[in-house]
Design a protein around this ligand. Structure first.
Ligand SMILES: Nc1ncnc2c1ncn2[C@@H]1O[C@H](COP(=O)(O)OP(=O)(O)OP(=O)(O)O)[C@@H](O)[C@H]1O
Length: 913
């Protein structure tokens, strides 16, 4: 045996050696036949290609390593790269390293081209002729759905050469392949059964081997179909999400306008973008396989069946489809509408949770958990009821669908397959075989009949499956109509806000509604100017807004710092909103610098905002690290800004510039405001709106912050109710004047007029103080009187006449008792007098000393009223009386200081003077 195996292995080795020898010889003879130069050139080419390949690999490896390092750094610092074509390269964490993503923005021309689809849908779609109130359009299988779906597809598949188109083509190719495989499988199935019945073992085994091979290939095809479907879905989602983000987050402030002015998508653009869009993409990608594939299947199988079963069977099949489709369509609930409402309810529930998270601290302070739970449970119950309703509707539909598609169709299939047997004249190819076979060999004929029947049955099953999927996809299609309607609504609302397309000709446009915006904004002005601008709090379109100030005129030039003051809710912040472009300029002219930020204008909102990211990001917001480096600024500059805002300790306390935290929870209220000032100092704008930006900062630091900003050349426009800020400003715009509070006045701080006003106020104050002095003197008199009345040793006042009568009666009643107790009382009285005399002697010395000291301290403050010569007050009683007196005096003064408008004026004027 061993010898045998050695022999076998040496034979194999010899064969291999012979094979190599043969090819070696061929190469050698070929080389010998070439010239020296050719050989030299070939050697050189080989060496060069080896060197070049080595160098290429080295460079690629180096580049990869640099990219990896850069990616990690950019991820750590929350930053990105600007590319020359305007796109951005960002890195996202992926496995152990990072993955590079290049994002290019959608071009304005693309938006303009799409606007027509979303704002001017064709009349035939029934979506309205202009400015789609899309939420009102009922989603369903109609022309509107077709228009909406095709419009969205034009975004998802922008070009035939795009990646998405490639994915769809490969998906389609695999679907066709599977249809072909189904045909082959059906035929093979019939053959295997035929061979089995005929007892042909060899053919049967070959058939089985083919079956297994085919099975492997079919499994691969099925897996690829699923994979490509997911790829198509995610590719659609990427395109649409980026498109929506470009439209949502841009200079036109659509993210603000969508919720505060338009209201077309309610409160939940987030739900539209995250949930509905995902479901739309998944349903759209699935549609291709759930509708496209069965469609191809039906065509191919029908043709096959037509060939083998004849025209009668085909007519029967087709009429069956139409009948089933019309029954199901008639009896199916409006899944599209149901899904759309479910999406909205899901969004409402989710936004309540988001609200709770965003305001957790405030709610916790109030202990509002129960209340919030009630809101949440109520919203959830509404969602739950709705979903239960859908499930109930689905049960009935599913019973019907299952019965029709599975059982009645199978019975029908058997009936059709029997056509060649029972009605051979109508049975197509199968019938012809029947007719021919009836004269031939009986067994062979039956086997052929069996084979045909099995093949036809499998074809029928596949057809039933394809038809079933087509019918099921009616439901999918209705659900897709729901998602399509929601995504279309979002994009059309975004286009409306982006293009300010609110004016509708021929329709009543409410005054101060978004259709009534007639003002102008001039950007690029060196200053801030408002000319005849009404300040209007807008309402959701198409309602008209509320006028807060009828017409405002003001001008802030470089170096003229303006303080806007007035009562709460009068419209101070509203002015900033109009200038920043958040609210429309309904009439008049607003002029402002062109850019936001460096060398332009910056707005610090009332509620300080802290972004996600590193500590560095908080100071440079809305810049990123890449922008900071482009501006040639470093952490040193940031430190300077923080130092100036009295926050120099932050980097050390928080662990460096790259620390990431939930900053809104980490920093105190005053720190957040000072961080906002640091941002201002970092950006160095020419003009800055500070809306109550220092209300939580101590007044000494507040002054420093204002002085620092001014020293940096920033012209301040401060919104505040604190009159103490006047001293840092040149002008004061006072709102809320007049009876109705809608008048205003622009005053120059420190002007003659204001000085006169201040003088007048001072005079008023002096008069008031004189009155207080008079009142004090009068009180002293009264106190003196009272002391004389109550204190023993003073002059006894004669009681009034009515008291004399009463006392006489009392005397009569108690006469006898008095006589008995009289002696005892006299004894006690004498004892008390003796004690009193001792105390008086001791106190008199101390009181005289106090008197001396008080007289030295201040003539006015002496407690003459209480320390009367005849007074018998104890030291403690005297101190108490004095402190009460002091308190009263203070109270009086505080009242005067804090009294309404007079106070603030006095404070302010004191500073100005
Ligand atoms: N987004 C909004 N949409 C509609 N109306 C608003 C909006 N924000 C505020 N308002 C209304 O505009 C009016 C002015 O608000 P604004 O914030 O300008 O007051 P303010 O003078 O700055 O008050 P405060 O001193 O309390 O900050 C208020 O009556 C308010 O109800």
């Amino acid at each position: 045996m061993a010898a045998q195996s050695t022999l076998r292995s040496s034979a194999a080795e010899e064969a291999i050696a012979a094979f190599f020898d043969k090819y070696h010889q061929i190469i050698r003879t070929k080389l010998r036949n070439t010239t020296r130069t050719t050989r030299l050139l070939a050697t050189l080419a080989l060496a060069t290609s080896i060197v070049l390949a080595g160098e290429g690999t080295r460079r690629r490896w180096k580049r990869k390593r640099a990219e990896k390092e850069q990616g990690l750094k950019l991820v750590r610092t929350n930053s990105w790269l600007h590319n020359k074509d305007g796109s951005r390269t960002i890195y996202v964490p992926y496995k152990d390293g990072t993955s590079k993503v290049v994002i290019s923005s959608t071009k304005p021309l693309t938006f303009e081209a799409h606007r027509r689809l979303f704002l001017n849908p064709p009349r035939v779609s029934g979506l309205g002729d202009h400015h789609v109130p899309s939420t009102q359009t009922k989603p369903g299988l109609n022309l509107a759905f077709l228009h909406q779906f095709l419009s969205l597809m034009s975004i998802a598949i922008p070009r035939w050469s795009s990646k998405e188109a490639g994915l769809l083509v490969s998906h389609g190719a695999f679907l066709m392949l599977r249809t072909y495989l189904s045909l082959v499988v059906a035929r093979l199935d019939g053959e295997i059964v035929r061979d089995l019945v005929a007892g042909n073992g060899k053919a049967f085994l070959i058939g089985l081997a083919k079956w297994c091979g085919l099975g492997g290939f079919a499994s691969y095809t099925n897996a690829m179909i699923k994979f490509l479907e997911s790829k198509v879905s995610i590719a659609f989602r990427t395109r649409l999400t980026r498109y929506i983000h470009d439209l949502y987050l841009n200079d036109n402030l659509n993210y603000y306008k969508l919720h505060n002015l338009d209201g077309g998508v309610g409160q939940g653009a987030d739900q539209f973008i995250t949930q509905d869009l995902t479901q739309f993409c998944a349903a759209a990608a699935n549609l291709y396989s759930s509708l496209g594939k069965p469609f191809v299947d039906i065509c191919v199988f029908n043709y096959q069946l037509y060939r083998s079963l004849g025209p009668l069977a085909l007519t029967g099949l087709l009429s069956n489809y139409f009948l089933t489709a019309s029954i199901l369509r008639k009896l199916s609930p409006p899944f599209g509408k149901l899904k759309a409402v479910e999406g909205r309810k899901e969004g409402d529930f989710r936004s309540l949770h988001a609200r709770l998270i965003a305001n957790a601290e405030e709610i916790a302070f109030y202990g509002g958990a129960e209340m919030e739970k009630t809101f949440l449970n109520r919203e959830f119950k509404s969602l739950k009821n709705w979903m239960e309703g859908i499930y109930m509707l689905k049960i009935r539909y599913n019973i019907l669908e299952d019965f029709i598609l599975k059982y009645s169709w199978s019975a029908y299939g058997y009936l059709l397959s029997s056509l060649p047997v029972f009605l051979p004249a109508w049975g197509g190819l199968g019938g012809a075989t029947e007719l021919a076979g009836s004269q031939g060999e009986k067994h062979g004929h039956e086997r052929e009949r069996m084979k045909d029947f099995i093949t036809n049955k499998r074809l029928m099953l596949s057809l039933a499956d394809a038809g079933g999927r087509m019918m099921y996809s009616i439901k999918d299609l209705s659900e897709l109509a729901g998602y399509t309607s929601r995504v279309y609504t979002l994009i059309s609302t975004l286009h409306r806000a982006h293009a300010n397309a609110y004016y509708v000709r021929g329709r009543d446009n409410e005054p101060y509604s978004l259709s009534d915006v007639q003002g102008t904004t001039q950007k690029g002005f060196d200053g801030v100017r408002l000319e005849n601008v009404p300040i209007v709090a807008p309402a959701l379109w198409p309602q008209g807004g509320d006028e807060l100030i009828e017409s405002l005129d003001m001008m802030v030039r470089r170096g003229d710092h303006l303080l806007i003051s007035g009562p709460n809710g009068i419209g101070k912040s509203a002015i900033a909103r109009v200038i920043a472009g958040l609210w429309p300029v309904y009439r008049g002219l607003v002029s402002r610098p062109k850019v936001n930020g460096e060398d332009g204008i910056m707005f610090l909102p009332q509620r300080p905002y802290l972004s996600i990211g590193t500590l560095r990001d908080q100071v440079i917001y809305p810049d990123g690290e890449a922008d900071m480096r482009e501006k040639r600024k470093s952490e040193y500059h940031l430190k300077l800004a923080l130092d100036a805002a009295k926050l120099g300790y932050l980097p050390e306390r928080e662990g460096g510039w790259d620390t990431r935290k939930e900053w809104k929870d980490v920093l105190s209220g005053g720190e957040k405001q000072r961080l906002a000032i640091a941002r201002l100092l970092y950006h160095e704008p020419q003009y800055a709106f500070i809306d109550e930006g220092t209300s939580a900062v101590s007044s000494d630091v507040e002054g420093l912050l204002y002085e620092t900003c001014k020293a940096q050349g920033i012209t301040l426009i401060t919104i505040s109710t604190r009159a103490s800020l006047k001293k840092y400003h040149t002008y004061n715009l006072v709102l809320g004047l007049g009876e109705r509070g809608d008048e205003w006045e622009l005053q120059r701080i420190g002007s003659e007029k204001e000085k006169m006003g201040v003088e007048r106020e001072l005079q008023e104050l002096r008069e008031r103080m004189a009155q207080v002095e008079k009142w004090k003197a009068r009180r002293e008199e009264i106190e003196a009187e009272l002391n004389r009345v109550w204190v023993g040793g003073g002059e006894e006042l004669t009681p009034p006449p009515y008291m004399e009568k009463e006392e006489a009666k009392m005397e009569e009643k108690k006469g006898e008792e008095k006589e008995e107790d009289g002696k005892e009382e006299e004894g006690k009285e004498e004892e008390r007098k003796e004690e009193g005399d001792e105390k008086k002697e001791g106190l008199e010395g101390e009181e005289k000393q106090d008197e001396e000291e008080n007289r030295k301290e201040s003539e006015d403050e002496q407690p003459r009223t209480f320390v009367d010569e005849d007074s018998e007050l104890t030291q403690d009683e005297y101190q108490e009386a004095r402190s009460v007196m002091d308190d009263e005096d203070e109270g009086e003064l505080t009242e005067t200081e804090g009294g309404g408008s007079g106070t603030s004026k006095a404070e302010g004027s004191g500073i100005v003077v």
